[in-house]
Each structure stands twice: as structure tokens, then as C-alpha cells.
Design a protein around this ligand. Sequence first.
Ligand code: NDP
Length: 282
Amino acid sequence: MKEQNYLDTLVGVFGHPVAENPTKAIQDAAFADLGLKRWQYLTIDVLPEDLGDAVRGLKAFGMRGVNCTIPHKIKVIPFLDELSEAAKLIGAVNTIVNTDGRLFGDNTDGKGFLESLRENGVDPKGKKAVVLGAGGAARAICVELCLAGTEDITVVSRPHGNAQGGSLTDLLARICRRPRFVSWEGAYQVPGDTDILINATPVGLYLGTDAMPDVDVRTIRPSMFVQDVIPNPAVTRFLREAQARGARWNTGAGMLINQAALNTEMWTGMKPDKAVMLRALD
Ligand code: NDP
């Protein structure tokens, strides 16, 4: 007799606004490829004041987990039962796993970033990194770089921005061997001995934009590896400038796919095919 199991297994993302988040396409492609016919990824617009109800709903529906994106990554923490080490250090959660009603929060942004670097043959251990920006993505990247043994991290951020608020400064002072903070005033001159230069600001996001972070591109050298966090458009003007100066570079799409692949594995226990996920992003 034909098997009759129509029960769906649900995962998804809570965000606001969230309509432009492409993760559904990536995850649904991974589930189909893994033969997980009844798994579905839902894109759910949750207002900040409804976050508690949404988390209770996730439990009530028996959802296997969700991603959290802006503005819920920090505010969701009080609703969770347990946090990973990285999520505790970063102070933000982008992935929740629900195991029999117990909610575990992790942050895979930085891990996806690290994996993406390594796929390009770059090991951050003992290296000197410069991170442009001091927001959530920068924080996740800095924590994972420190945990991976990066020798020296310089955070470049606008005066009166997040880093000056103290939290990233304090955090890096605790976990990084040589943290430095530079106030971003005028075109940033990249130190010549930088190994990895990372744009962790939203400058350059979305098709059609030709903006780039305020960096003196003449100071980018062929010895540097330049990484952008912007997934769309994948090849930003910043990366084109880096290429013109002979530097190796990598787009934010790899980071996005790698963190999504980690999430698939955390929820399903199966390793997805990243090439399938990347194709779904196009
Ligand atoms: P936040 O708003 O938390 O932080 C943004 C940071 O960029 C802040 O330090 C901000 O400085 C700085 N910044 C913004 N505009 C400028 C500017 N014009 N010049 C200099 N600095 C600027 O955002 P997130 O960290 O969460 O996200 C940053 C980017 O990372 C987004 O574009 C997001 O799409 C991308 N991202 C990509 C991921 C991926 O998987 N590829 C994963 C996560 C994020 P200030 O404090 O002064 O405003």
C-alpha cells in the first residue's frame, strides 16, 4: 500500500522586513536534493513586538528550527534554553534548533565566513586581518577569526559607531591576541602587511549600486586576500577594485551558502550539496 504520510517538517526564517531574503530558495533546493520531500522552509515576517509569540508558535507547530535575521538576532536570546559558545561571544543568534521543545541558539555567520575563506585556500591562523565595519557581521567574523588563531585584527569603524559603543572593543580585548581599533575618517589606508581585508559593512549591497567602502584602493596589494560579505551583487565594486590591483578576492555568496549549509546539517543531520544550493541562489 502507498505510504500516506503528509506531515510536513517545517523550518524557516523570522525577520522584518524579510521578503528579499533568498534563504528559502537555497534551503528548499537542498531539501529536494537530499530527498526530504516533506521539509519546507518558510519566510515569515515577524514584527519586533510579536517575537515572543512567534517563538511560542515555532514550538507549538513543532518546527525543527528557524533562522533569525534583522532585527531579531539579539532580542531572541531570552526565549532560548541554550546557546553555543560562538553565540554567547557574538551576543547574537542566527540559527535555532528545536529538539523536543528545547531551543538551542547558534551563530553560523562567522563559521560560514571562515569556511568560505578556507575554500579559497586561506588559513587565518597567524595572519593579520583588517575588518571594515563593527556591526553584527563584523562581530561574528572577528569572533571566529580570533577562535581560528588570527594573530592581529584591526577593526575600522566610523566615529560614534558600534565599535565606539564599547562592546566589540571589550570583546576583542578579551579574546584576540592583538586587537586594534581605527576611527574611519577619510579614505582608509590599508596597512601594507595586511593579509586579509574584509568588507563587513552593507556598502555595495543590491544590484545597480556602485558604492564601495571608503578605502584608498591604491593601498590594496597583490599579496592581500580581499573578502566581501555582500552576497548580492556577488561581485561588488570593492572586489573589482581589488582585482584590478592584483589581489585575490572572494564574494559574500560563499559565506551565505556555507552558513546555510551548516544550518541544513544542524536541522536534518545530513550534509547538503553546496553546489545545488549555490545554483538555487542564481
Ligand atoms: P549592521 O547594521 O549590524 O552593521 C553595519 C556596520 O557597517 C556598522 O559598523 C556600520 O557603522 C557600518 N557602516 C554602514 N554604512 C557604512 C558606511 N557608509 N561607511 C562605513 N561604515 C558603514 O549590519 P550587519 O553587520 O548585520 O550586516 C552588514 C552586511 O553584512 C549586510 O550587507 C549583510 O547583508 C551582510 N551579511 C552577509 C552575510 C552573508 O552570509 N554573506 C551574513 C550576515 C550579514 P555605524 O555603526 O557607524 O553605522
